[in-house]
Design a protein around this ligand. Structure first.
Ligand code: DAH
Length: 366
């Protein structure tokens, strides 16, 4: 018997090795219970540091005569592994699908494991929606306006005199706005009140009009009752023959809708440049009652028995002129109020800052 030469033995050892690997991977593929295990088994045979790579280290010792044959064997082996892999992968996917279809269905009625906490509207959003609802019931439409506003709309068209303290650089947040094609930039600012929407609506539409609008406004103010950003609601009604009687009727209806059907209401003369005459509406203090002796100590109404609720008045003819509405034909009333104060009164919140810190421990109480 001839002893196999070294080179014969290398080729032989590769052949034997391939047979052993073949039995090994078939077995492991069959046993792989999921895709992950199957991929690991495949990597074990064909991977860079896998069994085949190790076996092929012997290739160097295979004689030239045997090389093509051994090379072909190796290629066939690789192709077999790939085929077996693909087949088993398909089998596993089908089995998983079958298990899903035939297994016990998931019980969709089981309670979740995560406790999902239910959110709710911010206290300011709550009172905003309440106030808007009262006016919607009175027939007002709801409109919106931009928070970055032209000086012209925020002040000039509302008949603020140029030297009015509110127009002071210190009181407003001014914004530089480049105007395309214009030599000078537009004078713009963060609106200081929602009365701007009155101007925009009067310019864009024709009376009869009844509109309310809510949103954020900005002023350079910051203490326990003032925040640089706060919220207002403004509204107005314009038609032929609107008088102060309509103003009183609508705003009294609003105050009663908001603070109770028997809430006492009073109008006090006041001044705003865009109305004439101007007034302020007070509602009887909801925190102290006239006869229970608590008024003297009421801090909210400062023992006066009245809470200031809003500013109002008959729209100034100058405003109509600035907005292209004939003041000889039309009259109207307007009003505006701070929403943060309404929320603070409603919920007994002592500092306006609490409303903007968004601390859930605070907000979840409302
Ligand atoms: N804009 C005023 C303010 O911010 C409030 C106000 C007063 C609005 C009278 C009005 C109004 O529409 O008629 O203090």
């Amino acid at each position: 018997m001839n002893e196999p030469t070294a080179t014969e033995s290398a080729a032989h050892r590769i052949e034997v090795g391939l047979t052993t690997l073949g039995d090994g991977f078939r077995d492991e593929f069959a046993r792989a219970a999921d895709e992950h295990a199957l991929r690991a088994a495949q990597a074990k045979v064909l991977g860079k540091k896998g069994d085949l790579t190790q076996l092929l280290a012997l290739m160097r010792e295979v004689g030239t005569a045997d090389r093509p044959r051994i090379g072909a064997l190796v290629n066939t082996f690789k192709a077999e592994v790939e085929l077996a892999f693909a087949a088993r992968l398909r089998e596993l996917a089908e089995a998983a699908r079958r298990a899903e279809l035939e297994g016990t269905p998931a019980d969709l009625t089981l309670p979740g494991r995560l406790e999902l906490r239910r959110g709710h509207a911010h206290p300011i959003a709550q009172v905003r929606d309440e106030v808007l609802d009262v006016f919607r019931d009175l027939g007002f439409a709801v409109a919106d306006g931009p928070e970055v506003e032209l000086e012209e709309v925020n002040f000039t068209k509302l008949a603020f005199p140029p030297d009015h303290p509110a127009t002071d650089m210190q009181d407003s947040f001014w914004v530089d706005v480049a105007r395309r094609g214009a030599a000078s930039p537009a004078r713009a600012l963060l609106r200081t009140h929602t009365t701007t929407v009155q101007v925009r609506e009067l310019m864009a539409r024709k009376p009869p009009l009844a509109v309310v609008s809510a949103g954020a406004v900005y002023r350079r103010d910051d203490d326990v009752t003032h925040s640089p950003m706060f919220h207002q609601i403004d509204g107005f009604l314009v038609d032929e023959n609107v008088s102060f009687a309509e103003l009183k009727g609508a705003l009294t209806a609003f105050a009663r809708g908001m603070y109770g059907a028997d809430a006492p209401v009073r109008f006090r003369p006041s001044y705003f440049p865009f109305v004439e005459p101007g007034a302020e509406l007070d509602v009887g203090c909801v925190f102290c009652r006239p006869n229970d002796g608590s008024r003297a100590s009421c801090r909210i109404c400062k023992a006066t028995g009245w809470l200031e609720v809003l500013g109002c008045g008959m729209i100034h003819p100058e405003v109509f002129e600035h907005c292209g509405i004939d003041p000889e034909r039309y009259t109207g009333f307007a009003f505006g109020m701070g929403l943060d104060r309404v929320a603070m009164l409603r919920f007994g919140i002592p500092s306006i800052r609490l409303l903007f810190e968004n601390d859930p421990r605070f907000l979840e109480q409302f």
